[in-house]
Design a protein around this ligand. Structure first.
Ligand code: PLP
Length: 370
């Protein structure tokens, strides 16, 4: 009675998803390398967060607090956001999926920029929505192109600020202009995964919009400056009606007890965050200058406000050759041919020694390429 050829059929939109490719931690021969491929914090995490995480080892049999009461209270105190307007998930990745899944479905459209964060396309396709890609402006977010891509079927617009993988930043006035021109029934998601790396005067205004507007969601993560990527803690802030709807589909126990405690402790360690930001600012600027000095060989560093730099290879030396040379020297970077960036390498700002070594390798390759 059984038909050997019969099998459960994945939804067609699921098979349209190109699987996410994570940053590499090993070379082709399996040797561990310095990982400058996933925008992790080279300082690790706060010692206080590490200690708080360890304390959870005594409670492994317990479910974590599904309501994340203490974490939301800590976020509220730290950022001045109301605790009952916070949603959270297994990394901000999950919060992005919640946004797509709550507000879009088959036939709807989700807009984001070319060279945007890879998860947006997966989040759109996963729910059967159509990903709509707005043109960039020399790799940066182009508000007019986004607005031109919006139709009556658009339900969600994703903007990362700073953007990954380009590192580019959209200033407050442009974010305000984008929001003002969007219909109020379109959700504007401002993904602020790198916001803690910004200088104090670089507020894009998204949190204030999320406080007052019915259609703005800000997402944040503990994976980047707080150094807790392993523990998958992300959150979002927006109008009560948005948050209430998103809570209905999130995983009830998004992250563990250790994750919640570590996140709370990390929020309290301002010195660690400041040290991380200062180091990043210094070595990002230095690295940018070194790449600029290789400008006549066709190398170009896009202006970045994040903890990584996208280097374009527009001369004789290819990004692919540079990628393999760096890997052979023990440095994993992110080459992104699958995102239309076969000519780009995204390089996380690591330790001083790492950055000097990366520049040495690039210089040697420029020489070799002639
Ligand atoms: C890293 C990153 C995230 C996701 O981080 P999580 O670890 O899932 O919290 C979200 N958006 C952007 C733009 C990122 O680069």
């Amino acid at each position: 009675m059984t038909d050997a050829a019969l099998a459960p059929a994945p939804k067609p939109w699921i098979m349209g998803i190109a699987p996410y490719v994570p940053g590499r931690a090993t070379a082709d021969n399996g040797r561990p390398v310095v990982k400058l491929s996933s925008n992790e914090n080279p300082f690790g995490t706060s010692p206080a967060a590490r200690a708080a995480y360890r304390s959870a080892a005594d409670e492994l049999e317990r479910y974590p607090d599904a309501a994340a009461v203490e974490l939301r209270a800590a976020l509220s105190a730290h950022y001045g956001v109301e605790a009952d307007r916070i949603v959270y998930g297994t990394g901000s990745d999950e919060v992005l999926h919640l946004a797509a899944g709550t507000f879009a479905g088959p036939g709807d459209e989700i807009v984001f920029v070319r060279y945007g964060f890879a998860v947006y396309e997966i989040a759109a396709r996963r729910v059967g929505a159509v990903p709509v890609i707005a043109a960039d402006a020399d790799y940066a977010t182009d508000v007019d192109a986004i607005l031109a891509a919006v139709t009556e079927r658009t339900r969600v617009v994703f903007v990362a600020n700073p953007n990954n993988p380009t590192g580019t930043y959209t200033p407050r006035g442009e974010i305000a202009r984008l929001h003002a021109a969007l219909p109020r029934d379109v959700l504007l998601v401002i993904d602020q995964a790198y916001t803690e790396y910004l200088d104090a005067d670089d507020d894009d205004g998204a949190l204030a919009l999320a406080r007052t507007q019915p259609n703005v969601l800000v997402t944040r993560t503990f994976s980047k400056i707080f150094g807790l990527a392993a523990e998958r803690v992300g959150w979002g802030y927006g109008a009560p009606a948005l948050i209430d709807a998103m809570h209905r589909i999130r995983a009830p126990f998004a992250f563990g007890i250790g994750a919640q405690r570590a996140a709370i402790a990390a929020l309290g360690d301002a010195a660690f965050v400041e040290e991380s930001r200062d180091h990043n600012r210094t070595w990002r600027a230095w690295f940018g200058e070194q790449v600029a000095a290789m400008g006549n060989a066709g190398l170009r560093a896009l202006p970045s406000k994040a903890n990584f730099v996208l280097v374009l290879f527009e001369g004789r030396l290819s990004a692919e050759t540079a990628y393999h040379a760096l890997m052979a020297a023990g440095y994993a970077t992110r080459w992104l041919p699958g995102q239309g960036l076969a000519h780009g390498l995204r390089i996380t700002i690591g330790s001083e020694a790492d950055m000097r070594a990366v520049v040495d390798v690039l210089r040697a390759e420029v020489e070799k390429a002639g």
